[in-house]
Design a protein around this ligand. Structure first.
Ligand code: GLU
Length: 470
């Protein structure tokens, strides 16, 4: 039997972290078994489903690399299939027409609430030959005795008494099928063998199993994934920062880091923290997923992101970094190859966004000096060192880290001062800030002409400040 799993989002918003983790787990089950992963868009709620949400979900899946083997199927394009099976159930008397008015249902509901009972349909039209009318809904004839049992891969055995479940509406008075019914038909017709979804669907499962059985369809296996909480123990929401997967891209995270983070959020394999996609596929087991809620931890995501910035092939990181340079309108065509700056900066920043921001000076002149760094290092005492090092650097015939380093050293020796007295003003002059990777390689990548021009700018800055203060 081929394992077939699915991810079935309702397109009412972006792909959030919880949805992405569910999709990942579902995807891993399919990959591990050499099976198939189906993407299905549950867009029957026409008021809340939007095209931008569909696009955002597809974009999020693609960015993470969660490729689907089939779909996307759209439920709104499958109404004839749902209607076909509603008619079939009616013919077989496994469903019936219910003519109860909204008023009657409302009244019944109120009475039940008053008595402290759970509101449920009382079966008025179930076996009543005397009911008729123009408007009706179709209800599923749920078994009235016995129970529905299933063995949830994450939560273990679960049982619901049929007396707890009433006769679910499967077709509305306008003829449109209801949510649970569409899921059932789709899971069946798409040959889904494993349903991995959020725990908010546990209560739907017994209803869906009863309908599947009435249709003579096989019952898939189920795994209900628990919630994700913020680091304060509350349900993850915008308050906790990013919740949309694409927001993580915008914030400078690598998809590999997010995938690794998500797989570990509620699942573990010994004490291993770093998982390549191949390792995830090899080790992931639904039965090892934690049933307790998981807490989001940004520190850990940052740690993973830094790991992947250093560990992934530099060309791959460069592609993602390029996105951030474009996003920040930095033209990198006139500066060093991204592959050269990544190893220099990966240790110094947590995200690619930060990396792009802090690497700006490689590609364009900085706007102004960092105020604190200028105050400390661009003072009149630094002028002599800057002028001397400018001369030496300008006259270098070979521009590389070693020759640059030697020029700085020679300047310090000439002036009889420590390296820092030359190096720090030079760093601020070349980068605009007091912070940069090792000066020799940094200058090598900025290029000679630029460095010399920026030193001149720093010297002018010192003179102007001095005049202003006189
Ligand atoms: N469309 C449902 C949701 O987005 C998922 C249904 C399912 O997986 O069965 O919550």
């Amino acid at each position: 039997m081929t394992v077939v799993t699915r991810f079935a989002p309702s397109p009412t918003g972006y792909l959030h972290v919880g949805g992405a983790r569910t999709a990942l787990y579902s995807w891993l089950v399919a990959k591990a078994a050499g099976g198939k992963f189906v993407l299905r868009i549950e867009d029957t709620d026409r008021e809340r489903s939007t095209q931008p949400a569909i696009d955002a979900i597809l974009e999020g899946m693609e960015w993470l690399g969660l490729n689907w083997d089939e779909g996307p199927h759209y439920q709104t394009k499958r109404f004839d299939r749902y209607t076909h099976f509603i008619d079939k159930l009616l013919e077989e008397d496994k469903a019936y027409k219910c003519y109860c008015s909204t008023e009657r249902l409302e009244k019944m509901r109120e009475e039940q609430m008053e008595k402290g009972e759970k509101p449920r349909y009382d079966g008025h039209c179930r076996d009543n030959p005397n009911v008729s009318g123009d408007r009706y809904v179709v209800r599923f004839r749920n078994p009235q005795t016995g129970s529905v049992k299933f063995n949830d891969h994450i939560r273990g055995p679960i049982e619901f008494a049929n007396t707890e479940l009433d006769d679910l509406i499967i077709s509305r008075s306008d003829g449109t099928p209801t949510y649970n019914f569409c899921v059932v038909i789709d899971d069946w017709e798409m040959n889904i063998t494993h349903v991995v979804r959020g725990e908010d669907h546990i209560n739907n499962t017994p209803r869906q199993i009863n309908i599947l059985q009435a249709l003579g369809a096989p019952v898939p296996e189920y795994a209900h994934v628990s919630m994700i909480l913020g680091d304060d123990g509350k349900k993850l929401s915008k308050r906790h920062g990013a919740v949309s997967v694409m927001q993580y891209r915008d914030d400078g995270y690598l998809p590999e880091a997010v995938m690794n983070y998500l797989v570990r959020l509620g699942w573990s394999h010994g004490d291993q923290e770093i998982f390549s996609v191949d390792e995830m596929i090899e080790y992931f087991r639904l039965d090892d997923v934690n049933k307790a809620a998981s807490a989001f931890n940004t520190e850990k995501l940052n740690w993973l992101n830094q790991h992947y910035m250093k560990a992934l092939p530099v060309g791959e990181v460069a592609e993602h970094l390029q996105w951030h340079f474009s996003d920040q309108a930095i033209d990198v065509t006139k500066g060093p190859a991204l592959e050269k700056i990544i190893p220099l900066l990966a240790d110094r920043v947590k995200t690619l966004k930060e990396m792009a921001t802090s690497a700006r000076y490689f590609y364009e002149d900085y706007e102004s000096f960092d105020e604190a760094a200028a105050k400390k290092h661009l003072r009149p005492v630094a002028r002599e060192a800057l002028e001397a090092v400018q001369d030496r650097l300008a006259s270098l015939s070979e521009w590389n880290a070693a020759s640059i380093q030697a020029a700085i050293q020679a300047t310090a020796d000439d002036l009889g001062v420590g390296m820092g007295k030359v190096g720090m003003p030079l760093r601020v002059a070349a980068t605009g800030s007091g912070n940069s990777p090792s000066l020799d390689v940094t200058l090598e990548l900025i290029e000679q002409e630029q460095v010399v021009a920026r030193i001149a700018r720093a010297i002018t800055f010192i003179s102007e400040r001095e005049q202003a203060q006189q």
